[in-house]
Design a protein around this ligand. Structure first.
Ligand SMILES: Cc1ncc(COP(=O)(O)O)c(C=O)c1O
Length: 462
């Protein structure tokens, strides 16, 4: 029997207008999954720019939260995806050995710091991979507690949200999580205090602590760059107390900071590294990389879609290009250019520009003259920038940081174009030329107090 499954021809159908997309998005997509700052409806991308359903062009300072490292439509990645898709769109690495995954695992094992034998466990998302990392280390050590840090974001599944310190995930905090203070480079005096807190925690609780898990630069926490002294101190404390040192490089990994891995560039040798976002070249793929002894765990961690053939082909093609020194140099140069040009704006709303490479945070202050909170200022600047042709999002425990994570291939003139728009948005918001009531439809991360927490749930039950 042959069944005609060609389906209706849709290629010539006109695409939806922005209004049509937004209408269905509002009616059928749950807001729990949305962190929105504007009514952006991208339908096409090219290099470092995006075009919306109304044919408006935008400079992209988000790269899809870091996923689009090589921008949009990179021919090498597109060719790898389309040819592998036509050849073998098989998913489950759990039940068969697949060439693309085997190649990729070898490359990731070499890229991760340390000369010891390493292996990889694949996942489909960063959340899933963070979850796996915690479960693998719990199984290996026979201990339950994960030490994590205030402001951290490791994902949205129960396990990964459970070890996150971001206020928006407070509802999911795990009973086996210890949240300790994180020390940023801009607050070096906090380093001794944060290390002392960790030391005293581990001295007392080492017998049930499996690992310390952290981001080298907190991403959704507001592009908070950890002090290197702090990071080295954390690694040393882990060694001293024999607990695992696990690093979440889902955002910082694969070129974002101007090095292949931020941990390697800092001379750190984590026991476990978690990768995601850029890894799949736009397809869902994440990975946990660690010593064979941990990754050959007797517990079952099998993901149907983790390590799928097409996603791994995309990852191999992405690595071919991200490993180029010319690209990494571009990341460092464009990152410096961005900082220089934003500071050159001398906006009174900007209190700090921080970050590494093309992972920058523009920290906003409020304005007492205008009775404007720093979080409102950031949301307003993001929406005004969108109206002027720049796509950016906000982050931070106080929702007051503009995230700057453009595609790594962005060129000097596109950076300048984006900074000019950001400058206009800052001055419009600072001068009261932006109608704040327009923010009503865009909750962003939501005010922490508005998100449901365990406490409010308990109160509701009473
Ligand atoms: C550092 C970090 N870890 C983990 C995650 C979760 O990744 P995903 O959203 O792919 O599940 C994110 C996502 O924002 C992240 O920034």
């Amino acid at each position: 029997v042959s069944i005609d499954l060609t389906g209706p021809v849709v290629s010539d159908a006109p695409g939806w207008s922005s209004q049509e997309i937004l209408r269905n998005d509002e009616e059928f997509i749950g807001s729990a999954g949305k962190v929105r700052f504007s009514p952006f409806t991208p339908v096409r991308g090219e290099g470092g720019t995006l075009t919306d359903a109304g044919e408006r062009r935008y400079v992209d300072f988000s790269a899809s939260s870091g996923v689009a490292a090589l921008g949009y439509g990179n021919p090498h990645v597109v060719e790898a995806i389309t040819s592998e898709l036509a050849r073998l769109n098989i998913a489950s690495l759990a039940t068969a050995s697949l060439e693309q995954a085997a190649r990729l695992a070898g490359r990731l094992a070499r890229i991760a710091p340390g000369d010891h034998a390493k292996k990889v466990v694949f996942a489909a998302t960063g959340s899933e991979a963070s979850d796996y990392a915690c479960n693998l280390i719990r199984a290996f050590t026979g201990r339950r507690t994960i030490v994590a840090f205030e402001g951290s974001y490791h994902g949205a599944t129960s396990g990964s949200a459970g070890v996150s310190g971001h206020p928006a995930l407070a509802y999911a905090r795990g009973a086996d999580t210890a949240l300790l203070p994180y020390a940023e480079s801009s607050a070096d005096e906090a380093v001794d205090g944060a290390l002392a807190t960790l030391e005293s925690y581990l001295s007392i609780n080492r017998s049930h602590t499996a690992a310390v898990f952290l981001e080298l630069i907190q991403s959704d926490g507001g592009i908070r760059v950890a002090s290197e002294t702090f990071l080295r101190g954390v690694e040393a404390a882990c060694r001293r107390h024999d607990v695992a040192f696990m690093v979440d490089e889902v955002k910082t990994g694969l070129g974002r900071t101007g090095a292949m891995l931020a941990s390697a560039a800092m001379g750190l040798v984590p026991d476990v590294v978690v990768l995601g976002k850029a890894l799949g070249g736009g397809l869902p793929l994440a990975a946990v990389v660690g010593p064979a002894a941990i990754m050959d765990s007797p517990i079952l961690i099998a993901s149907t879609l983790g390590g799928s053939n097409v996603a791994c082909a995309a990852a191999n093609a992405t690595l071919d290009l991200v490993e180029s020194e010319a690209l990494l140099q571009n990341v460092r140069d464009r990152g410096e250019q961005f900082k220089r040009e934003v500071l050159g704006l001398a906006s009174p709303l900007v209190s700090e520009v921080r970050g590494r490479g093309l992972m920058a945070g523009v920290v906003l202050a409020g304005s007492s003259d205008r009775d404007l909170g720093a979080d409102q200022a950031a949301a307003a600047v993001a929406l005004r920038a969108y109206q002027l042709g720049l796509f950016v999002t906000c982050s931070g425990s106080g929702n007051n940081v503009i995230d700057i994570t453009p595609p790594l291939i962005i060129d000097a003139s596109t950076i300048s174009e984006g900074v000019a728009i950001l400058g206009q948005a800052l001055s419009d918001v600072g001068a009261g030329r932006f109608d704040m009531s327009e923010l009503a439809n865009y909750a962003g991360w939501g005010q922490p107090a508005e998100r449901v927490t365990n406490e409010t749930r308990e109160n509701e039950d009473v």
